[in-house]
Design a binder for this molecule. Structure first.
Ligand code: DQA
Length: 146
């Protein structure tokens, strides 16, 4: 039997993790996150597929492709605070998703306190560093089993 797929989607500037504002986002790179997610996924009997784009429409296309997946771990970056299009794509595909932010967005500028996605999410993880991706993956894997 094929293992359920959980997509790990990253939005703008997250390709720069590891070098971008390390005091906020830490030293881990997106490749480090990929390696960790793959390792955790193997133990959970799910498969992960990572995708990153700096472009809103590319993220919308990718979310649409994810219809039928078991879950989406989503760090939409700045689009979290601006994108009705990403919200609509998530509502359309009806795939459970967990919203992740590496930094504690609530301890930052006011414009980061609002998310267009959170009320649709199965869960939201903020301020746990890159561990948040693993927590989200574990949660979505658990949801596939209920
Ligand atoms: O790009 C990002 C990264 C972020 O999503 C985070 O992971 O903490 C928080 C966003 O406000 C910001 O625009």
């Amino acid at each position: 039997m094929t293992r359920p797929t959980i997509a790990v989607l990253n939005g703008p500037n997250l390709n720069l993790l590891g070098t971008r504002e390390p005091e906020l986002y830490g030293a881990a790179t997106l490749s480090d996150i990929q390696a960790r997610c793959e390792q955790v996924a193997a133990g959970l009997d799910v498969q992960v597929e990572l995708f990153q784009s700096n472009h809103e429409g590319a993220l919308v296309d990718e979310i649409q492709r994810r219809r039928g997946d078991a879950g989406i771990v989503l760090n939409a970056g700045a689009y979290t605070h601006t994108s009705v299009a990403i919200r609509d794509a998530l509502a359309a595909v009806q795939v459970p998703f967990v919203e992740v932010h590496v930094s504690n967005v609530f301890a930052r500028e006011d414009f980061r306190h609002h998310s267009y996605l959170s009320d649709l999410a199965a869960g939201v993880i903020v301020g746990c560093g890159v561990d948040g991706y693993e927590f989200a993956l574990r949660r979505l894997a658990a949801l596939t089993r209920v």
